[in-house]
Design a protein around this ligand. Structure first.
Ligand SMILES: *[C@@H]1O[C@H](CO)[C@@H](O)[C@H](O)[C@H]1NC(C)=O
Length: 997
């Protein structure tokens, strides 16, 4: 479907519009030629003229390098009642070299856009070019950090020229998928987290560039704090937002909450009162740093767990925020050279969806919030009536805090209640007076520790039903089969009540624990309960109540309307849904085909689903299989029970033991007579990197200046023996947690270690003297060989946009006597301009001999290699680098999503690093003497679940010590269902155009 950009919703004949909008162009700062299909006022965003609570999470497709799995994340987000995702794109992958724009494979946007359309998920795109994101150089292409002389993220001409092809590429991919074209893209963010003082002209250049292009959706911004950047003046965007991470990023003490900050709304009203309150990033987890005391991502998930989401997210609702995106909702993997030096390979983030795509317990809270928002359109436009006791009488205890929000059009009231001390663990009974259209109501509500609740007044649901007030929470409200349906819930052991206009002749008995008092309006009181209760069941209305856990088991999938525009988007193309509860792990999609409800989803156990559907539904298909269906007593019509069969396929899965390893030394560079004549001579004396060489002879030994910007880089410094030399002084820069091992000829000298202890005491460069042992010096030509791990480039810090240019390499070199003749450098084959593996891209490999030869790739012939078990480590317990390669077969049953990890099983502590390649993809960096990561999830799509797989371990021992890595395949979970067929496309060694060494 094509829509003309300039059509108004009325011209589109949209009758569902709740908001006849007009906007003041001066306020919006936008010319009238842009689309009015996306608009906003001081309350909320509107799409197609209809208000929306933008309910979103952050997902980086490049951190899940299997495009066939992207719909899995979209479906999981959609199934929680959410309507949007926020997406960074990665310049560093898409634009690996000057003038090269590559939207193939995991870099593609089209499959994301198609999947979002299919799932009914709106997208806010955030292409940067700078994204921060705990990614090397904050996402800027590595090449520009050395090729651009001007200051990054300014209007410097060469910086401008460096981002134009990438942004133009993004525009070409994205413009056809804007909402104006029937697509999912509703906004584009300008860069990220910056300062107007430093970047006003740069932002204005980006804005002008978009405005001269086919991009017509609003341009947005994410401020890193309450700094009022880019609201007015040069570089100001259309819609301003701010990010909040109330618990920051140390997950070491996950039960100690930092206090909730009370001035969110006040800041918004000072900063941009004519716009809606928008948080493009609100804390959805936290990243974790290198180091033995790093707490790991499960701690981050605890720190930002369901109670945190309950209290802190609803505090943003209480601050009248109507656009919220949780960073991250799925973190994924910073594979290859993606991480900035502050984080390790996993970017799990403690997010709701874990790195291996398994749902954490946070998902239940996400669903409760997602379905409440989706069910409550009156909440999309509210006035804030004060956060004192306004409108609500709160007696003892006085330590609770309530905010009253009121819809000015419908008078629906929302009282958001929490403890004054957000971290309080007290359980209190709070007396309240609720203002309703029938006058003030005195009642009380129980508030548990670290809990937030919403008390409703004059809440409308379905087509014509209403609740006068409720201390029960709303899980779902809507229309099913022309009947108004609501599912309320309360915690076990907490009494709740609600006053409701019950409509139609009731077919239900009053359940135990429920009392119904008829009056002007009927008051329903529910005491301690478990399970699903039918309160009222008529042809016009179905009122259900459940305990929190039972309610949370329900899904309400969107039933797309194939004939409508935006037919998969909730409330835009369809309002049709069904309720499916009782234990399916996930309900992905639903449709109705005649009398059959067609569901797809995942199971991790057998269960019986309770289904509320149109009365015409007589049969249910689950993942293509007809289910055994029986009547359910939940409702007199439209209620079914269906047995969901878990076949127990997990018992058919046994993962092979990794064995039969083949071994080959990967450091011929330290052997006598090694020929480095094909290597690049490192003889530059100029660099655009601000940190200049510390000492030496003026030569610049920074890898990126020679095209070798990421992963391992090798250096060889030649000198003639004077017979006198006893040492060399080297200052080596690799970024936080780096290592660099140094040899004189074939004699190990020492390893220079960076450091990090949970982001404290980080060391990114060390200046050390390497002493030559007796007899190491030879007559004539001697060679210092340095194997250097490049941990990535820093993010831009504070006031210095050039801090993402980094001197990774050797910043100082000096023999104690005499001088170096040639310095040679070698990184990945071809450097960034001519690397052969276009599929896996510029981030994948580095300069180890084995990588240059392609030993990490599937199909490399290792038949002549030595047989040696990985646990035997390198020969003779020496420092060095070797490759271990083996293959294994997987035979995972079809129709199963079985996340698998590669797990190092021995304790932390040994002085080695591993670059772990799975079917050619560098899926993990194990730093055994630093930690913490030992388990590396690898997805189907990288793994072939129905064939042969290759694992290659590049083992770098950093001391003359025995190391003994043990590696195993581990099965993380088994779900019957999944997203469907996954294409396997892992180019073999032959296909990546390398020569046998
Ligand atoms: C960058 O912006 C400054 C401030 O407006 C201006 O003086 C300068 O000429 C601009 N530089 C370029 C290259 O456009």
């Amino acid at each position: 479907m094509k829509l003309l950009a300039r059509l108004s919703p009325l011209a589109l004949g949209l009758t569902t519009a709740v908001h006849a909008f007009s906007f003041d162009l001066d306020v919006l700062g936008r010319a009238p030629s842009y689309t009015d299909l996306v608009s906003f006022d001081n309350y909320s965003l509107s799409l197609l003229g209809q208000r929306l609570f933008l309910h979103s999470g952050e997902f980086h497709t490049y951190r899940l390098p299997v495009p066939d799995l992207w719909p899995d994340i979209l479906q999981k987000v959609k199934a929680a009642g959410f309507n949007s995702l926020s997406i960074y794109t990665h310049m560093g992958s898409i634009n690996p070299a000057p003038g090269v724009i590559d939207f193939d494979g995991y870099r593609a946007l089209k499959p994301l856009y198609e999947a979002a359309k299919e799932a009914g998920i709106w997208l806010v795109m955030r292409p940067g070019p700078y994204i921060n994101a705990e990614i090397s150089a904050g996402g800027l292409a590595h090449w520009l950090t050395s090729e651009v002389a001007g200051t990054l993220r300014t209007n410097a001409t060469d910086f401008h020229d460096s981002w134009v092809p990438y942004i133009q590429g993004f525009i070409d991919e994205t413009a056809p998928y804007q909402i104006t074209e029937g697509g999912p893209v509703i906004a584009v963010q300008i860069d990220n987290e910056y300062s107007q003082k430093l970047g006003a002209e740069f932002f204005q250049e980006l804005i002008d560039y978009y405005h001269a292009s086919d991009i017509v959706v609003p341009l947005t911004y994410n401020d890193p704090g309450q700094n009022k950047n880019f609201i007015n003046g040069t570089g100001a965007v259309d819609l301003y937002g701010i990010d909040y991470y109330p618990q920051l990023f140390d997950c070491s003490n996950p039960y100690d909450w930092k206090p909730l900050r009370s001035n969110y709304l006040q800041y918004h009203l000072e900063a941009n009162p004519s716009q809606p309150h928008y948080s493009p990033e609100f804390q959805g987890g936290a990243f974790d740093a290198w180091g033995p005391t790093a707490p790991g991502y499960d701690s981050c998930a605890t720190l930002t767990g369901p109670d945190f989401m309950d209290v802190f997210y609803k505090h943003m609702w209480a601050s009248n925020a109507k656009l919220m995106s949780y960073y991250m909702i799925y973190g994924g993997t910073s594979w290859g050279a993606m991480p900035f030096p502050g984080v390790y390979t996993s970017y799990d983030y403690g997010a709701t969806i874990s790195e291996n795509r398994v749902l954490r317990n946070k998902y239940g809270e996400l669903k409760r919030q997602g379905f409440f928002i989706r069910s409550s359109p009156d909440f999309y436009k509210t006035q804030w009536l004060g956060d004192t006791l306004n409108g609500l009488k709160v007696g003892a205890p006085e330590d609770t805090f309530v905010t009253h929000l009121l819809n000015p059009d419908t008078q629906a009231g929302f009282y958001i209640l929490r403890h004054n001390d957000s971290a309080s663990r007290d359980n209190v009974d709070v007396p309240i007076t609720i203002q309703t259209s029938a006058g003030p109501i005195d009642t009380s509500i129980v508030l548990d520790g670290r809990q937030s609740k919403i008390i409703l007044a004059d809440y409308k649901f379905g087509a014509s039903s209403s609740i006068l007030y409720s201390t029960a929470q709303v899980y779902f409200a809507g229309v099913i089969d022309d009947r108004d349906v609501i599912l309320l819930y309360g915690d076990e052991g907490q009494d709740v009540e609600f006053a409701i206009d019950l409509v139609g002749e009731n077919n239900a008995e009053v359940p135990e624990g429920v009392s119904i008092t008829e009056g002007n309006t009927t008051v329903v009181s529910v005491s301690t309960t478990t399970g699903l209760l039918t309160i009222h069941d008529s042809d016009a209305q179905l009122v259900l109540f459940a305990d929190t856990e039972t309610a949370t088991g329900f899904f309400a999938p969107t039933i797309p309307d194939a004939t409508a525009d935006f037919g998969n988007f909730w409330s835009y193309g369809t309002n049709n849904t069904v309720l499916v509860g009782g234990g399916p792990y996930l309900v992905r999609t639903a449709s109705i085909d005649g009398e059959t409800l067609v569901l797809t989803g995942d199971l991790n156990t057998s269960t019986t689903a309770t289904i509320i559907a149109p009365a015409s539904v007589q049969a249910v298909k689950w993942n293509g299989v007809d289910l055994e269906v029986s009547a359910s007593n939940v409702s007199s019509k439209g209620a079914l029970q269906a047995a969901l069969p878990f076949a127990g396929l997990s018992e058919q899965i046994s993962l092979p033991t990794l064995g039969g390893w083949k071994y080959r030394d990967s450091l011929p560079e330290i052997t006598t007579g090694y020929d480095d004549s094909a290597w690049t001579i490192a003889n530059k004396t100029q660099t655009n990197i601000p940190q200049k060489p510390l000492y030496g002879d003026g030569r610049v030994l920074y890898g990126c200046d020679y095209g070798f910007c990421e992963n391992i880089v090798l250096w060889r410094g030649h000198f003639n023996s004077t017979g006198e030399q006893k040492s060399v002084n080297l200052s080596i820069n690799g970024g936080q947690a780096y290592a660099a091992t140094v040899w004189l000829n074939d004699v190990f000298l020492n390893t220079s270690y960076g450091n990090s202890t949970n982001n404290r005491n980080p060391i990114e460069e060390r200046d050390l003297v390497f002493n030559f042992p007796e007899g190491a010096l030879v007559d004539g030509d001697n060679v210092i060989t340095v194997v250097q791990d490049n941990m990535g480039l820093n993010e831009t810090n504070g006031g210095n946009p050039n801090s993402s240019k980094g001197p990774r390499g050797i910043r100082g070199f000096q023999l104690d006597s005499g001088n170096f003749s040639d310095w040679k450098v070698q990184g990945k084959v071809g450097g960034y301009t001519d690397f052969p593996d276009k599929k896996r891209g510029v981030m994948n490999e580095g300069g180890l001999f084995g990588e240059r030869a392609g030993w990490h790739l599937p199909g490399y012939d290792t038949s002549e290699w030595e047989e040696r078990d990985l646990s035997q480590g390198l020969a003779e317990g020496k420092a060095g680098v070797g490759f271990f390669v083996t293959t294994f077969d997987l035979d995972i049953p079809e129709g199963v999503d079985a996340p698998i990890s590669l797990t190092f099983e021995e304790e932390l502590g040994a002085a080695y690093r591993v670059y772990l390649f799975v079917n050619g993809w560098m899926m993990g960096k194990r730093v055994a003497n630093l930690g913490p990561q030992y388990k590396f999830p690898v997805h189907e799509g990288i793994l072939d679940y129905h064939g042969t797989n290759t694992v290659a371990v590049a083992l770098w021992a950093m001391e003359d010590e025995e190391v003994s890595p043990t590696l195993a395949l581990t099965l993380d979970a088994v779900f019957e269902g999944g997203v469907g067929e996954i294409t396997i496309d892992n180019p073999q060694w032959e296909a990546t155009g390398r020569e046998v060494e």
